[in-house]
Design a protein around this ligand. Sequence first.
Ligand code: NDP
Length: 251
Amino acid sequence: MTMAWKHALVTGGSSGIGRAIALSLAGAGVAVTICGRRESELAKVADKADNIHAIVADVTDEDSVRALYAQAEAARGPFDIVVANAGIASSAPAHRTTLEDWNRIVNVNLTGAFLTVRPALAGMAERGRGRIVFIASVAGLRGSAYVAPYVASKHGVVGLTRSLAAELLKTGVTVNAICPGYVETEMLEQSIRRVMDKTGRSEEEARRGFAEINPNHRLIKPEEVAAAAMWLVSDAAISVTGQAIPISGGG
Ligand code: NDP
């Protein structure tokens, strides 16, 4: 797929879903700026394609995001595509969730998503074109036990998607969320380790447990989520906005 778009931002592009999206966009000829907190992990992805550029930035830090925009847009022009993908997860019963843990999850997954896209909105609207894609989760569409801050943050991302889409309806800018089920990434590996520690299950049993939560009983590949993102940023999806699209193996 070749793209008219010139420059994309993918937060959390050093790992998992973000890395798959960055590689797909770069493969389609788009210059891609990736960010994350760990320089070493970003460098491994930037080494895979000449048109992937790494900048260390923390999406919870407004100044850090502002500096990223200034540096990346000065070098490669305004972002046509922004993929707010960076996210973290943890699990605990709600009554044992500390305020610190709540704030940590909400700050990255929801406030970080807002801070990621906000600087792009006015420019995209003025230029009359642009694509915003949030990586939410099926946790943005329904409740789940022991992950209250994660679920609340992802419901927030879906609400943010719908609000921004409504605000930008007549501008030529689309705003959508992708809602994956369990995807084979480093985040899932961490969840598998937590289950092994807490329940004494083997790695195989823990992995199978997560696969079985997806209705079709298979884990999703990051490339499947990237394919959905590529469709959302394509010309074919110009009439798709304000949607929260499950990539989840069923209802
Ligand atoms: P990974 O843990 O593999 O990747 C997360 C990425 O986010 C890393 O690049 C990480 O880099 C970056 N990141 C984390 N915190 C920050 C921060 N404060 N600022 C900038 N970057 C940050 O996870 P996935 O690829 O699985 O997750 C990507 C998105 O997909 C998340 O939003 C997640 O909630 C969502 N998702 C994942 C599912 C799954 O089963 N894996 C299912 C549904 C949704 P660094 O640590 O260096 O900052």
